[in-house]
Design a protein around this ligand. Structure first.
Ligand code: GN1
Ligand code: MG
Length: 369
Protein backbone atom coordinates (compact mmCIF):
# COMPACT_ATOMS: atom_id res chain seq x y z
CA UNK A 1 0.00 0.00 0.00
CA UNK A 2 2.70 2.46 1.04
CA UNK A 3 4.90 1.44 -1.85
CA UNK A 4 2.03 1.94 -4.25
CA UNK A 5 1.30 5.39 -2.87
CA UNK A 6 4.95 6.39 -3.17
CA UNK A 7 5.10 5.19 -6.76
CA UNK A 8 1.86 6.96 -7.55
CA UNK A 9 3.15 10.18 -6.06
CA UNK A 10 6.42 9.92 -7.95
CA UNK A 11 4.38 9.87 -11.15
CA UNK A 12 2.03 12.63 -10.05
CA UNK A 13 4.88 14.86 -8.94
CA UNK A 14 6.32 14.94 -12.45
CA UNK A 15 3.13 16.35 -13.94
CA UNK A 16 3.19 19.69 -12.13
CA UNK A 17 5.35 22.77 -12.54
CA UNK A 18 7.53 21.96 -9.58
CA UNK A 19 11.30 22.20 -9.85
CA UNK A 20 13.48 19.67 -8.10
CA UNK A 21 12.99 16.11 -6.98
CA UNK A 22 10.40 14.65 -4.70
CA UNK A 23 12.04 13.25 -1.57
CA UNK A 24 9.06 11.79 0.27
CA UNK A 25 5.33 12.18 0.74
CA UNK A 26 3.03 11.49 3.67
CA UNK A 27 -0.72 11.05 3.67
CA UNK A 28 -2.56 13.75 5.57
CA UNK A 29 -5.25 12.14 7.70
CA UNK A 30 -7.53 15.06 8.41
CA UNK A 31 -10.36 15.11 5.82
CA UNK A 32 -13.12 12.53 5.51
CA UNK A 33 -13.36 12.81 1.73
CA UNK A 34 -10.33 13.59 -0.49
CA UNK A 35 -6.90 11.93 -0.43
CA UNK A 36 -4.26 14.47 0.55
CA UNK A 37 -0.47 14.17 0.69
CA UNK A 38 2.26 16.45 1.94
CA UNK A 39 5.24 16.07 -0.38
CA UNK A 40 8.76 17.32 0.27
CA UNK A 41 10.96 18.32 -2.67
CA UNK A 42 14.59 19.22 -2.95
CA UNK A 43 14.93 22.48 -4.88
CA UNK A 44 18.52 23.49 -5.36
CA UNK A 45 19.44 22.25 -1.91
CA UNK A 46 16.42 23.69 -0.12
CA UNK A 47 13.53 21.60 1.06
CA UNK A 48 10.18 22.84 -0.14
CA UNK A 49 6.80 21.28 0.52
CA UNK A 50 3.69 21.00 -1.64
CA UNK A 51 0.25 19.47 -1.24
CA UNK A 52 -0.89 16.87 -3.77
CA UNK A 53 -4.54 15.97 -3.59
CA UNK A 54 -6.79 13.50 -5.35
CA UNK A 55 -10.42 14.52 -5.64
CA UNK A 56 -12.94 11.94 -4.42
CA UNK A 57 -15.13 11.49 -7.46
CA UNK A 58 -17.79 9.48 -5.62
CA UNK A 59 -18.51 12.71 -3.80
CA UNK A 60 -17.54 15.30 -6.41
CA UNK A 61 -19.00 13.93 -9.63
CA UNK A 62 -17.77 16.79 -11.83
CA UNK A 63 -14.07 17.33 -11.16
CA UNK A 64 -13.77 19.95 -13.91
CA UNK A 65 -16.50 22.04 -12.31
CA UNK A 66 -14.74 21.77 -8.94
CA UNK A 67 -11.48 22.96 -10.47
CA UNK A 68 -13.09 25.77 -12.44
CA UNK A 69 -14.68 27.08 -9.24
CA UNK A 70 -11.42 26.66 -7.36
CA UNK A 71 -9.44 28.67 -9.93
CA UNK A 72 -11.98 31.48 -10.01
CA UNK A 73 -12.14 31.64 -6.24
CA UNK A 74 -8.40 31.51 -5.56
CA UNK A 75 -7.65 34.02 -8.33
CA UNK A 76 -10.23 36.44 -6.97
CA UNK A 77 -9.04 36.06 -3.37
CA UNK A 78 -5.52 36.72 -4.48
CA UNK A 79 -6.40 39.85 -6.43
CA UNK A 80 -8.45 41.20 -3.52
CA UNK A 81 -5.54 40.64 -1.16
CA UNK A 82 -3.19 42.37 -3.60
CA UNK A 83 -5.62 45.31 -3.85
CA UNK A 84 -5.80 45.51 -0.05
CA UNK A 85 -2.00 45.61 0.04
CA UNK A 86 -1.91 42.48 2.17
CA UNK A 87 1.39 40.86 3.03
CA UNK A 88 2.19 37.17 3.02
CA UNK A 89 -0.29 36.46 0.23
CA UNK A 90 0.75 32.85 -0.45
CA UNK A 91 0.03 32.14 3.20
CA UNK A 92 -3.33 33.92 3.12
CA UNK A 93 -4.95 32.22 0.12
CA UNK A 94 -4.41 28.83 -1.49
CA UNK A 95 -2.18 28.87 -4.56
CA UNK A 96 -2.76 26.24 -7.22
CA UNK A 97 0.36 24.96 -9.03
CA UNK A 98 -0.44 24.31 -12.69
CA UNK A 99 0.54 21.17 -14.56
CA UNK A 100 3.45 21.23 -17.00
CA UNK A 101 0.95 21.74 -19.79
CA UNK A 102 -0.59 24.71 -17.97
CA UNK A 103 -3.77 23.09 -16.67
CA UNK A 104 -5.19 23.46 -13.19
CA UNK A 105 -5.33 19.71 -12.68
CA UNK A 106 -3.84 16.48 -13.97
CA UNK A 107 -6.10 13.62 -14.97
CA UNK A 108 -4.44 10.20 -14.95
CA UNK A 109 -5.33 7.17 -17.07
CA UNK A 110 -7.77 5.95 -14.46
CA UNK A 111 -9.65 9.27 -14.70
CA UNK A 112 -8.57 10.53 -11.27
CA UNK A 113 -8.24 14.29 -10.80
CA UNK A 114 -5.07 15.48 -9.06
CA UNK A 115 -4.20 19.03 -8.10
CA UNK A 116 -1.28 20.63 -6.32
CA UNK A 117 -1.07 23.54 -3.88
CA UNK A 118 1.69 25.55 -2.32
CA UNK A 119 2.19 24.14 1.18
CA UNK A 120 1.64 26.82 3.78
CA UNK A 121 4.41 26.73 6.35
CA UNK A 122 4.22 27.94 9.93
CA UNK A 123 0.52 27.29 10.41
CA UNK A 124 -1.47 24.67 12.27
CA UNK A 125 -5.01 23.43 12.47
CA UNK A 126 -6.90 22.14 15.50
CA UNK A 127 -9.48 19.41 15.78
CA UNK A 128 -11.15 21.10 18.73
CA UNK A 129 -11.36 24.74 19.75
CA UNK A 130 -9.31 25.66 22.81
CA UNK A 131 -10.21 29.25 23.62
CA UNK A 132 -12.58 32.09 22.72
CA UNK A 133 -9.59 33.78 21.07
CA UNK A 134 -9.39 30.91 18.59
CA UNK A 135 -13.15 30.98 18.05
CA UNK A 136 -12.87 34.69 17.20
CA UNK A 137 -10.12 33.96 14.68
CA UNK A 138 -12.14 31.22 12.97
CA UNK A 139 -15.23 33.39 12.81
CA UNK A 140 -13.23 36.29 11.42
CA UNK A 141 -11.58 34.10 8.78
CA UNK A 142 -14.84 32.82 7.34
CA UNK A 143 -16.61 36.19 7.60
CA UNK A 144 -13.71 37.76 5.75
CA UNK A 145 -13.78 34.94 3.21
CA UNK A 146 -17.47 35.54 2.44
CA UNK A 147 -16.86 39.27 2.21
CA UNK A 148 -13.90 38.90 -0.17
CA UNK A 149 -15.99 36.69 -2.44
CA UNK A 150 -19.11 38.84 -2.32
CA UNK A 151 -18.04 40.61 -5.53
CA UNK A 152 -16.78 37.57 -7.41
CA UNK A 153 -17.21 38.50 -11.07
CA UNK A 154 -18.71 36.25 -13.74
CA UNK A 155 -21.50 33.74 -13.80
CA UNK A 156 -22.89 31.83 -10.81
CA UNK A 157 -20.41 29.26 -9.45
CA UNK A 158 -21.08 25.60 -10.25
CA UNK A 159 -22.94 23.67 -7.60
CA UNK A 160 -20.24 21.09 -7.04
CA UNK A 161 -22.62 19.04 -4.87
CA UNK A 162 -26.20 20.02 -5.65
CA UNK A 163 -28.48 20.48 -2.61
CA UNK A 164 -25.52 20.05 -0.30
CA UNK A 165 -27.17 21.73 2.69
CA UNK A 166 -30.76 20.98 1.75
CA UNK A 167 -31.93 19.64 5.11
CA UNK A 168 -35.24 18.42 3.67
CA UNK A 169 -33.44 16.16 1.20
CA UNK A 170 -31.01 15.03 3.92
CA UNK A 171 -34.02 14.19 6.09
CA UNK A 172 -35.60 12.18 3.27
CA UNK A 173 -32.33 10.29 2.76
CA UNK A 174 -32.40 9.43 6.45
CA UNK A 175 -35.99 8.18 6.24
CA UNK A 176 -35.03 5.98 3.31
CA UNK A 177 -31.99 4.58 5.12
CA UNK A 178 -34.17 3.73 8.15
CA UNK A 179 -36.73 1.98 5.97
CA UNK A 180 -34.15 -0.01 4.02
CA UNK A 181 -31.93 -0.77 7.02
CA UNK A 182 -29.78 -2.87 4.77
CA UNK A 183 -27.14 -3.47 7.42
CA UNK A 184 -29.54 -4.09 10.34
CA UNK A 185 -28.15 -1.13 12.19
CA UNK A 186 -31.36 0.78 12.94
CA UNK A 187 -31.89 -1.08 16.20
CA UNK A 188 -28.61 0.02 17.77
CA UNK A 189 -29.31 3.61 16.68
CA UNK A 190 -32.95 3.62 17.78
CA UNK A 191 -32.67 6.48 20.29
CA UNK A 192 -30.69 8.60 17.86
CA UNK A 193 -33.17 7.94 15.08
CA UNK A 194 -36.10 8.86 17.33
CA UNK A 195 -34.42 12.10 18.35
CA UNK A 196 -33.55 12.95 14.75
CA UNK A 197 -37.10 12.36 13.51
CA UNK A 198 -38.57 14.45 16.33
CA UNK A 199 -36.66 17.49 15.02
CA UNK A 200 -38.58 17.53 11.74
CA UNK A 201 -40.23 20.91 12.47
CA UNK A 202 -36.87 22.70 12.05
CA UNK A 203 -36.01 21.07 8.73
CA UNK A 204 -37.59 23.60 6.32
CA UNK A 205 -37.06 26.85 8.18
CA UNK A 206 -34.15 28.21 6.13
CA UNK A 207 -35.36 26.63 2.90
CA UNK A 208 -38.65 28.48 3.35
CA UNK A 209 -36.91 31.75 4.17
CA UNK A 210 -34.86 31.38 0.98
CA UNK A 211 -37.93 30.48 -1.10
CA UNK A 212 -39.75 33.56 0.24
CA UNK A 213 -36.80 35.75 -0.64
CA UNK A 214 -36.17 36.73 2.99
CA UNK A 215 -32.53 35.66 2.87
CA UNK A 216 -30.26 36.04 -0.18
CA UNK A 217 -28.09 33.53 -1.92
CA UNK A 218 -24.39 34.29 -1.50
CA UNK A 219 -21.03 32.75 -2.34
CA UNK A 220 -20.31 30.54 0.64
CA UNK A 221 -17.67 28.05 1.71
CA UNK A 222 -20.08 25.36 2.91
CA UNK A 223 -17.56 23.34 4.90
CA UNK A 224 -16.46 25.77 7.59
CA UNK A 225 -15.11 23.23 10.04
CA UNK A 226 -12.76 24.64 12.62
CA UNK A 227 -9.96 22.49 11.20
CA UNK A 228 -10.32 24.17 7.82
CA UNK A 229 -8.78 27.36 9.24
CA UNK A 230 -5.01 27.50 9.30
CA UNK A 231 -3.62 29.51 12.18
CA UNK A 232 -0.18 31.03 12.42
CA UNK A 233 1.96 29.00 14.83
CA UNK A 234 3.53 32.12 16.33
CA UNK A 235 0.73 34.69 16.47
CA UNK A 236 -2.30 32.35 16.63
CA UNK A 237 -3.96 34.51 13.96
CA UNK A 238 -6.07 32.86 11.26
CA UNK A 239 -4.07 32.95 8.03
CA UNK A 240 -5.90 30.92 5.45
CA UNK A 241 -9.14 29.09 4.83
CA UNK A 242 -8.74 25.74 3.05
CA UNK A 243 -10.91 22.97 1.55
CA UNK A 244 -12.53 25.01 -1.18
CA UNK A 245 -14.30 22.27 -3.15
CA UNK A 246 -17.72 23.14 -1.83
CA UNK A 247 -17.41 26.90 -2.36
CA UNK A 248 -20.61 27.58 -4.27
CA UNK A 249 -23.90 29.45 -4.04
CA UNK A 250 -25.41 29.07 -0.57
CA UNK A 251 -26.71 30.84 2.49
CA UNK A 252 -24.42 32.68 4.89
CA UNK A 253 -26.10 30.50 7.53
CA UNK A 254 -24.62 27.32 6.17
CA UNK A 255 -21.20 28.68 6.97
CA UNK A 256 -22.05 30.22 10.28
CA UNK A 257 -23.98 27.11 11.32
CA UNK A 258 -21.06 24.79 10.65
CA UNK A 259 -18.79 27.13 12.60
CA UNK A 260 -21.13 26.85 15.57
CA UNK A 261 -21.04 23.07 15.18
CA UNK A 262 -17.27 22.84 15.24
CA UNK A 263 -16.13 25.91 17.16
CA UNK A 264 -18.32 26.26 20.26
CA UNK A 265 -17.83 22.92 22.02
CA UNK A 266 -14.22 22.28 23.03
CA UNK A 267 -14.55 18.65 21.94
CA UNK A 268 -13.64 16.67 18.83
CA UNK A 269 -16.25 15.70 16.25
CA UNK A 270 -16.30 12.05 17.39
CA UNK A 271 -16.04 12.67 21.16
CA UNK A 272 -17.24 9.58 23.04
CA UNK A 273 -17.89 11.27 26.37
CA UNK A 274 -21.10 13.08 25.51
CA UNK A 275 -21.16 14.83 28.89
CA UNK A 276 -18.32 16.98 27.58
CA UNK A 277 -20.17 18.00 24.41
CA UNK A 278 -21.69 21.38 25.08
CA UNK A 279 -22.17 24.70 23.36
CA UNK A 280 -20.14 27.22 25.37
CA UNK A 281 -21.60 30.71 25.29
CA UNK A 282 -18.23 32.52 25.59
CA UNK A 283 -17.01 30.57 22.56
CA UNK A 284 -20.18 31.44 20.70
CA UNK A 285 -19.91 35.10 21.57
CA UNK A 286 -16.30 35.24 20.33
CA UNK A 287 -17.18 33.30 17.19
CA UNK A 288 -20.14 35.54 16.34
CA UNK A 289 -18.10 38.67 17.03
CA UNK A 290 -15.28 37.43 14.82
CA UNK A 291 -17.65 36.46 12.04
CA UNK A 292 -19.47 39.78 12.02
CA UNK A 293 -16.17 41.72 12.24
CA UNK A 294 -14.85 39.76 9.26
CA UNK A 295 -18.07 40.13 7.26
CA UNK A 296 -17.96 43.92 7.89
CA UNK A 297 -21.67 44.56 7.77
CA UNK A 298 -22.74 42.88 4.56
CA UNK A 299 -25.38 40.73 6.30
CA UNK A 300 -28.98 41.92 6.26
CA UNK A 301 -30.98 42.22 9.51
CA UNK A 302 -33.06 39.17 8.54
CA UNK A 303 -29.94 37.12 7.90
CA UNK A 304 -28.69 38.04 11.35
CA UNK A 305 -31.95 36.86 12.93
CA UNK A 306 -31.32 33.28 11.87
CA UNK A 307 -27.70 32.99 13.03
CA UNK A 308 -28.27 31.14 16.32
CA UNK A 309 -30.87 28.92 14.68
CA UNK A 310 -28.39 28.13 11.89
CA UNK A 311 -26.06 26.62 14.47
CA UNK A 312 -28.76 24.18 15.52
CA UNK A 313 -29.90 23.40 11.99
CA UNK A 314 -26.50 22.74 10.45
CA UNK A 315 -25.33 20.70 13.44
CA UNK A 316 -28.51 18.67 13.03
CA UNK A 317 -28.01 18.35 9.27
CA UNK A 318 -24.46 17.01 9.61
CA UNK A 319 -25.66 14.77 12.46
CA UNK A 320 -28.30 13.11 10.28
CA UNK A 321 -25.80 12.77 7.43
CA UNK A 322 -23.53 10.75 9.76
CA UNK A 323 -26.52 8.73 10.92
CA UNK A 324 -27.66 8.05 7.36
CA UNK A 325 -24.17 6.96 6.35
CA UNK A 326 -23.97 4.69 9.39
CA UNK A 327 -27.26 3.02 8.38
CA UNK A 328 -26.12 2.79 4.75
CA UNK A 329 -22.91 0.96 5.65
CA UNK A 330 -20.36 3.83 5.87
CA UNK A 331 -20.14 4.51 2.16
CA UNK A 332 -19.59 8.26 2.24
CA UNK A 333 -17.48 9.42 5.17
CA UNK A 334 -14.16 7.70 5.74
CA UNK A 335 -14.31 5.79 9.06
CA UNK A 336 -11.49 4.70 11.34
CA UNK A 337 -13.29 2.39 13.78
CA UNK A 338 -16.54 0.41 14.06
CA UNK A 339 -19.58 2.61 14.72
CA UNK A 340 -17.52 5.69 13.92
CA UNK A 341 -20.31 7.41 12.04
CA UNK A 342 -22.75 6.59 14.84
CA UNK A 343 -20.36 8.14 17.35
CA UNK A 344 -20.05 11.22 15.17
CA UNK A 345 -23.82 11.40 14.88
CA UNK A 346 -24.28 11.19 18.64
CA UNK A 347 -21.85 14.04 19.22
CA UNK A 348 -23.76 16.24 16.79
CA UNK A 349 -27.17 15.38 18.24
CA UNK A 350 -25.94 16.06 21.76
CA UNK A 351 -24.75 19.44 20.57
CA UNK A 352 -28.13 20.11 18.96
CA UNK A 353 -29.74 19.59 22.38
CA UNK A 354 -27.24 21.89 24.01
CA UNK A 355 -27.80 24.61 21.41
CA UNK A 356 -31.59 24.25 21.66
CA UNK A 357 -31.62 25.15 25.37
CA UNK A 358 -29.31 28.14 24.82
CA UNK A 359 -30.63 29.35 21.48
CA UNK A 360 -32.37 32.43 22.85
CA UNK A 361 -29.30 33.53 24.78
CA UNK A 362 -27.20 32.98 21.67
CA UNK A 363 -29.47 35.09 19.50
CA UNK A 364 -29.46 37.84 22.13
CA UNK A 365 -25.70 37.95 21.87
CA UNK A 366 -25.91 38.30 18.09
CA UNK A 367 -28.52 41.05 18.41
CA UNK A 368 -26.21 42.95 20.76
CA UNK A 369 -23.21 42.89 18.41
C1 GN1 B 1 -16.71 16.34 5.20
O1 GN1 B 1 -13.89 17.38 3.65
P1 GN1 B 1 -14.18 17.19 5.09
O2 GN1 B 1 -13.81 15.87 5.59
O3 GN1 B 1 -13.67 18.32 5.90
C2 GN1 B 1 -17.96 16.81 4.47
C3 GN1 B 1 -18.62 17.95 5.22
C4 GN1 B 1 -18.94 17.53 6.63
C5 GN1 B 1 -17.66 17.06 7.30
C6 GN1 B 1 -17.94 16.54 8.67
C7 GN1 B 1 -17.83 17.23 0.75
O4 GN1 B 1 -15.78 17.37 5.21
O5 GN1 B 1 -19.82 18.31 4.59
O6 GN1 B 1 -19.48 18.59 7.35
O7 GN1 B 1 -17.04 16.01 6.53
N1 GN1 B 1 -17.61 17.24 3.13
C8 GN1 B 1 -18.31 16.78 2.07
O8 GN1 B 1 -16.74 16.44 9.35
O9 GN1 B 1 -19.28 16.05 2.19
MG1 MG C 1 -14.42 19.30 3.04
Amino acid sequence: MVVFQEQQLQDISKKFQIYGEILHAEPCKIGHINETYTATYDQGGTRVRYIHQKINQNVFKDGEAVMENLMRVTTHLRSKLVAEDARDITRRALTVIPTRSGHAFYRNDGGDFWRTFVFIEGVQTFEAVQSPGQAYQAGYAFGDFQRLLSDLPGQRLHETIPNFHNTRLRYQALQKAIETDHYNRAQVAKKDIDFALRQEPIVDVLLNALARGEVPERVTHNDTKFNNVMMDVVTGKAMCVVDLDTVMPGLAHYDFGDMVRTTTSPTVEDELDLAKVEMHLPMFEALARGYLDGAKGFLTPTERKFLAFAGKLITYTIGIRFLTDFLNGDKYFRVHRPNHNLDRCRTQLKLVESIAVQEEAMQKIVDGL
